[in-house]
Design a protein around this ligand. Structure first.
Ligand code: NDP
Ligand code: MG
Length: 380
């Protein structure tokens, strides 16, 4: 069980819920990081008394240094600061809860120190899954998923001694706020509507990804890497209620699922306590009031981000980094209301056409693919 934890991205949705779990379970905080949310990170630092706080934004780091001058807490800045937070010797576990592929370098650094990685930052695996999983193996670092679907798969495989017995991983998808909508209706989607998720309260980027279904595509690639599964052994089913968090079908056709109320604190806590379980702050599931559980096919025609991601999954190599880089850039434009909702898949498609993927990439190849994809997606 984790006892001293560093959180990369402590001011975000996952970061804040992680601190809830840490407080409820009596664990310690070694380091916190954020981009620029100085006020919130200051409050967190005063409450949890970490050794180090790192701000990606150097100006924010300077500001925080002044604010925390009356404490013993050290403040670092930039990517170096993030890496220092990820590799702090006193921490046994690092929760990777930054948004986007900016999490890749600190995650790799933490892996090289043999830390347990409680992995929320899925973009890291989508971009560089082969490199990250190989490094985890080499340095003996455990990667325990925080993403609810992957945690459900992980939990449903706890009794499995031979992964060869797994026939299929079944990822559930809420379908997002526009389930049942057709392409022509989706053209008019506003930022405000896209930011309203029916079941989960999350950061802006992942909420938009959930609305385009890109999130499920990223999760498909994440599952391939985490569980070393080929794409043909993973399927996606829409489950509007977000109660069944994912399922594993075995060779004897037994299906094991994990259920729970839609509360990220359950998978966050499990990533910290695995292989044990302890009482936690999340609400219990009441089967009698959660309503009927339904399952449906995803609509690949209306939501083109999902088939594009499945295609990138089949291609492999840097295709994931190209898909992700283009998506991060396009979603960034949508969040600034510079482009429309359906321009997101159009921009991603353009980048996928323009940038040629390569196989067995190095870290530099991945970073290069990411840069080229962003450029292609940002060009008018
Ligand atoms: P948020 O946007 O809520 O939080 C992002 C965090 O990362 C904040 O602490 C933010 O700091 C920090 N950050 C943002 N940009 C940078 C940057 N350029 N450099 C360094 N730090 C940065 O995101 P979420 O918590 O929703 O998501 C985090 C990750 O977890 C994502 O990869 C997401 O896909 C994944 N995830 C999230 C789930 C959820 O329920 N939210 C569920 C499953 C997975 P600041 O506050 O200063 O901007
Ligand atoms: Mg998820």
């Amino acid at each position: 069980m984790s006892s001293r934890i560093s959180i990369l991205g402590s001011t975000g949705s996952i970061g804040r819920q992680s601190l809830d779990v840490i407080a409820a379970c009596g664990m310690q905080v070694a380091a916190l990081t954020a981009n620029s949310s100085v006020e919130l990170v200051e409050r967190q630092a005063r409450q949890f008394n970490p050794e180090l706080v790192a701000m990606m934004d150097e100006q924010a780091a300077a500001d925080l240094r002044v604010r925390l001058a009356d404490t013993q807490i050290r403040v670092a800045g930039g990517m170096e600061g993030l890496i220092e937070a990820a590799t702090l010797p006193s921490a046994d576990t690092v929760i990777t809860a930054v948004v986007g592929m900016v999490g890749l370098k600190p995650t790799l650094a933490a892996i090289r120190e043999g830390k347990r990685i409680a992995l929320a930052n899925k973009e890291t695996l989508v971009c560089a899954g082969e490199l990250v999983m190989a490094a985890a193996q080499e340095y003996g670092a455990e990667i325990v998923p925080v993403d609810s679907e992957h945690s459900a798969l992980f939990q449903s495989m706890q009794g499995c001694r031979d992964r060869g017995e797994v026939k299929r991983l079944i990822l559930t998808a809420s379908g997002g706020p526009f389930f049942g909508w057709k392409r022509e209706d989706l053209e008019g989607v506003t930022l405000e509507k896209a930011l309203k998720h029916p079941n989960w309260s999350m950061g802006a980027k992942i909420t938009v990804d959930s609305a385009t279904l890109m999130n499920k595509g990223l999760e498909f690639i994440e599952a391939m890497h985490l569980y070393h599964m080929p794409p043909e052994k993973i399927s996606i089913v829409v489950h509007r209620e977000s109660i069944v968090h994912s399922l594993v079908e075995y060779c004897d056709n037994a299906v094991i699922a994990q259920l729970g109320s839609p509360d990220m604190r359950i998978p966050i806590q499990y990533a910290l306590t695995w292989p044990s379980r302890i009482p936690g702050p999340a609400d219990p599931l009441d089967l009698l009031t959660c309503g009927p559980l339904t399952f449906a096919q995803p609509d690949l025609e209306s939501f083109p981000c999902l088939p594009m991601a499945l295609n990138a999954a089949r291609i492999g190599g840097t295709a994931g980094a190209i898909l992700n880089g283009a998506n991060e850039a396009a979603v960034g434009l949508f969040l600034k209301e510079k482009i429309g909702f359906m321009d997101i898949p159009r921009r991603v498609a353009r980048a996928m056409e323009k940038v040629a993927p390569i196989q067995s990439p190095t870290l530099e190849d991945v970073l290069q693919a990411d840069r080229e994809a962003r450029r292609a997606a940002l060009t008018e």
